[in-house]
Ligand binder design. Structure first.
Ligand code: ASP
Length: 420
């Protein structure tokens, strides 16, 4: 019998998890440690992998002009796709009007049930530092602390500076020694991802079972139209924008693209964390799609941290939904503010579960919408978080492919991935 491929095994694990969660409800929580074990193992790889591979990537690009070009292209692509994502979200929410005419009794109930969770989100959002402090905070005062606390933006900054400085070291034997050490670290971390992925099917089974067992299907029914708007928007964004982008800019068959990155999407979906999915995304993009490490190790960690198309799209729909429920008119100015604020909010959101709803409070506040609105949508947030994270990761992978193609560095990748 033919051995099942990893994505198929993961998909089967997910399906069994959903069934078990729906069947056993909260009692499925006993298997939570298995999911947590998988999450911890995969997170264990993130910091050393990002640091080592980004340093190596930067040092081997060498030429600061080329580095600037790659950085510029990456940022331009990230900003454009994020703006498109929010626009799709706004269009759908304005056409479907999921929040218009919500039953006041349902509204009361949702507000009562979820206000505690909403308070926590609002409180965390209000502790945010100012914009200047946020920008200054990208520069670590102590890189070891940045590594120890997994502060991704600080790690990225230090790794790039380290890489640039390394190219300027006068003694070639010193340069070569440091480079080959970190190359070894990066290769070993990729191997470690392969080992951890052996338990992925069981890990995602547990994660899915716990998620379904916990959130229940009742809230989903009430918020079905809102959730459907987000889901349709995310699927449209993935199937239109990324498909067109990889075809047009990288001349790559979208089928090949999506087949190769499926394991990364599945891990993003089941962990709700682009950060946790990062090692798998890096592996798939380099091995499966032929993006050189030089490009992927720069574009992907940056993308996991600042590029969140799925989160931005969801924030667009959620903001309009909340405004509609409260009967508030947003107008064109309001909608433009959403585009700007949701872009910033998605850049500022960390690549971990449930952060999108916290930075959503920032968008609501800017528009003068009631922050308790968060309570209305909290019930379905877990499932939407899964989908928006899978979208976020897909956007990062498409950027890696496009930037590599623009640099003329896209290789053929694995043969068995070239299914199209
Ligand atoms: N969980 C998302 C991510 O890691 C962020 C969010 O909450 O939208 O990409």
């Amino acid at each position: 019998m033919k051995k099942l491929t990893l994505p198929t095994q993961i998909a089967i694990g997910m399906a069994i998890g959903v069934l078990l969660g729906a069947w056993l409800g909260e009692s499925i929580l006993v298997i939570k440690p298995i999911g947590d074990l998988f999450l911890r193992l995969i997170r264990m790889v993130v910091v050393p992998l990002v640091f080592a591979s980004l340093l190596v990537g930067t040092a081997t690009v060498g030429d600061p002009k080329k580095l600037g070009r790659i950085g510029g292209r990456t940022m331009a692509y990230y900003l454009c796709t994020t703006a498109i994502a929010i626009t799709i979200g706004l269009l759908i929410a304005n056409i479907v009007q999921p929040g218009a005419g919500m039953d006041p009794i349902v509204q009361e109930r949702l507000l009562a049930d979820f206000s505690a969770g909403a308070d926590a989100s609002v409180e965390r959002m209000q502790q945010r530092p100012s914009v200047t402090d946020t920008l200054l905070d990208i520069v670590p005062q102590n890189p070891i602390e940045a590594l120890a606390t997994a502060n991704m933006l600080q790690i990225i900054f230090f790794a790039v500076m380290f890489g640039v400085a390394l190219t300027m070291v006068p003694r070639p034997e010193h340069k070569a020694a440091v480079l080959s050490f970190f190359e070894g670290v990066s290769d070993a971390m990729i191997q470690l991802v392969h080992i951890v992925m052996l338990i992925a099917p069981i890990g995602v089974l547990a994660l899915m079972a716990v998620a379904v067992g916990q959130f229940g299907l009742d809230v989903l029914r009430v918020l079905l139209l809102y959730a459907a708007c987000v889901v349709v928007g995310l699927l449209l964004h993935m199937s239109l924008v990324y498909t067109a982008a990889v075809r047009l800019f990288a001349k790559m068959s979208p089928r090949r693209f999506f087949t190769a990155i499926r394991p990364a999407q599945l891990v993003a979906f089941s962990t709700s964390s682009s950060g946790a999915a990062l090692p798998v995304t890096m592996d798939r993009v380099t091995k499966g799609l032929g993006v050189p490490e030089q490009v992927s190790s720069f574009v992907l960690p940056l993308g996991a941290t600042i590029n969140m198309d799925g989160t931005a799209l969801y924030q667009g729909v959620a903001t309009v939904f909340i405004a509609q429920v409260y009967g508030m008119e947003l107008g064109v100015g309001g909608q433009l503010t959403i585009v700007l604020m949701a872009t910033l909010a998605s850049i500022g959101a960390a690549a971990v579960p449930g952060v999108g709803i916290i930075t959503l409070a920032m968008v609501l506040e800017q528009l003068g919408l009631p922050l308790e609105g968060v309570a209305l949508i909290l019930g379905v947030d877990r499932i939407l978080d899964m989908l928006r994270t899978a979208t976020n990761v897909t956007g990062d992978a498409s950027a890696a492919v496009i930037v590599a193609a623009a640099e003329g560095q896209l290789e053929s990748g694995e043969q068995n991935d070239a299914t199209a």
